[in-house]
Every structure is written in C-alpha cells, then in structure tokens.
Ligand binder design. Structure first.
Ligand SMILES: C[S@@+](CC[C@H](N)C(=O)[O-])C[C@H]1O[C@@H](n2cnc3c(N)ncnc32)[C@H](O)[C@@H]1O
Length: 300
C-alpha cells in the first residue's frame, strides 16, 4: 500500500480516480459486510464521499483504500458506513403515518399499556432520531404518563455517527420544521422552541433507546413489536435483500401489529402472505399461529 507524503493531502476528491473495478470492489464489500446494495447510479456520490476519506487517510487511491479497509475494518467501519449511507430524515416525515398512528393504531396500544400491558415500538433505520422522537411525541400526545408505563421505543441504525446525534437529542431550528404547535409541544418544551438549538423533552427521550444494529445481520431482540417503522432504508437494498427484510420484520410483529415503510417502497416477496395492506405504505400483520409476545428493547 502506498501512503504518500504531504502533497497527497492537498488533493481534491476529483483527483482520485474511481474506475469500474474500484466501484465493483467497494460495492462487493458493502454487500457482503452490511447487505448494502450500491446502485451504479450512486457512483458519483460514493466517489465523492470515499475520496474525502482516502485523502484524510493519506492513501493513494481506491485500491489502497480497499486494502486498508480489509486490514483495519474495526477502525474504519464507522467511516465507511457513514460515507455510504444517506441519513436524510425529519420530524413527522410522511405525516399521514403519524395521523394513522394517532387516530387508529396507538389508542388501543395506550389502553393496553394503561391496563398494565406491554407495548413495544421500533424505528428501524432511525437516522439522527427524528423518527423515533416523532413516535414518542405521538405517544405522549395521547398518553402523557407513558414513561411510567411498560411502553418503550427501540431505535436502531447501522451508522454510529447518526446514533450519537440521536442520543444527544439536540437539533438546530432548521431541523425542527414541525407540522404545527401542538405536535411540536409533544417533542420540545415551549421555551426550547425559541432557541437556535433545541433539546428534546425529557419524557420523550426517556421513551426511546438507541442501539447500533445492521438490519441485514442478526437481531438480538427476542420478542415482538406492536409497531415497526422501517422507512426509506430498504430502497438501498437489492430486491432479494428486501424480500428477506420484509419477511423478518413481519415475523417480528405481533398479530394485528403495524409495519410502516417509506413512500417509494412496497412489501414484496414471501412477507405478502403475512401482511395485509392497511393504508398508504402501511401493513397489518395478519392474525397468525401461536407466536411469542412481548419484546426486549435492551432497556428492561
Ligand atoms: C434515509 S434514512 C431514513 C431515516 C428515517 N427512517 C426516515 O424515513 O426519515 C436511512 C437510514 O438507514 C440507515 N441504514 C442503511 N443501511 C442500514 C443497515 N444495513 N442497517 C441499519 N441501518 C441502515 C442509514 O444509516 C440511514 O440512517
């Protein structure tokens, strides 16, 4: 491997060449390690992001980077993942899902929690936390005492950098465009809404547990979820990987539980036998043969 001297660090991403073979190797590695499906159409984005990394590491080019990655995976994995994933998100994204939750899905779950039952929600591919905190806000709007009940939200993502941001729970005013005051007040104290940098309310934070999880790897959770949001992540996977993911998600839902997916995604493959369409990009787990109930978020 060639690690070059100072002149290398003055290079710009455009100076690093990225041929077909480089793309093929990076894509094969991303697929085998994380199940990520890198479309050829994303080549320019991948080139730009990984070239910055190559320059920061003072490496010569993609060939060296590939060797470096294999030899230093433990140190480099976080940067590699972060460079390849897209973390766009916002509060109450695809608002119709939160309206459906508010009007149909959450009321019986809240009633169950109020009578001592267990309720679990999962934001899979949670990015920097806006999605699980929007879920928490929806819950608190109906049930202010939720933190004292057995109701919890698990939030997972592969990218450790976005998870750190999510746990910090602080967002700039530009990131806080919310549908209206009532929705906003479930996530932020009114005084916070006047600040340039806003912290999520303590009760909303207390409902959410963040964990790093590769959705295409093993899942340590042992039980079932009442609601799963897995939105705008599967679009990065091949249709084969999506089929496996939809089936696994369906198997991790309680009968009658709901799966919400992204606006450009559709459940296809074997999971269609387990899930019935129940709204816009929303699916209901069909009543099923005996399955275990309850699940662990790792918080309890
Ligand atoms: C575009 S964001 C979607 C965020 C949120 N669900 C939403 O719809 O607003 C996609 C997220 O999926 C995560 N992701 C991509 N591949 C993943 C994988 N294999 N396992 C877990 N998370 C992954 C990315 O890190 C990113 O934060």
């Amino acid at each position: 491997m060639n690690i070059q001297s100072t002149s290398v660090s003055r290079r710009r991403p455009a100076d690093i060449s990225f041929g077909e073979e480089d793309f093929r190797r990076i894509a094969a590695f991303a697929k085998s390690a994380y199940g990520l499906h890198l479309e050829a159409s994303k080549k320019a984005m991948i080139h730009s992001r990984l070239s910055k990394r190559i320059i920061a590491l003072n490496l010569e080019g993609f060939s060296d980077y590939h060797e470096y990655l294999k030899a230093n995976l433990e140190d480099e994995a976080d940067h590699f993942i972060s460079a390849l994933t897209t973390n766009v998100t916002h509060f109450y994204r695809e608002r119709h899902h939160f309206e459906q939750l508010q009007n149909e899905v959450l009321p019986p779950l809240v009633a169950r929690a109020r009578s001592g039952g267990r309720v679990r929600l999962w934001s899979a591919g949670c990015s920097s936390g806006q999605e699980p905190y929007s879920l928490a806000g929806s819950v608190l709007r109906l049930c202010p005492e939720a933190p004292r009940l057995d109701l919890r939200i698990l939030a997972t993502d592969l990218d450790p950098f976005v998870l750190r941001r999510a746990e910090a729970a602080t967002y700039s005013s530009e990131e806080c465009t919310l549908p209206d005051g009532e929705w906003a007040s479930q996530i932020f104290e009114p005084a916070e809404l006047a600040k340039p940098s806003r912290r999520i309310r303590a009760d909303a934070r207390s409902l959410v547990t963040f964990r790093q999880l590769n959705i295409n790897g093993p899942w340590p959770m042992s039980g079932l979820f009442d609601v799963i949001m897995c939105r705008n992540m599967a679009i990065y996977f091949s249709s084969e990987t999506q089929h496996v993911l939809w089936r696994r998600l369906a198997e991790h839902l309680t009968p009658g539980g709901m799966l919400f997916i992204g606006h450009s995604e559709r459940v296809t493959g074997p999971a269609t036998a387990l899930l019935a369409p129940a709204g816009v990009t929303a699916y209901l787990k069909r009543p099923a043969q005996g399955a275990p109930t309850g699940c662990s978020t790792g918080k309890d």
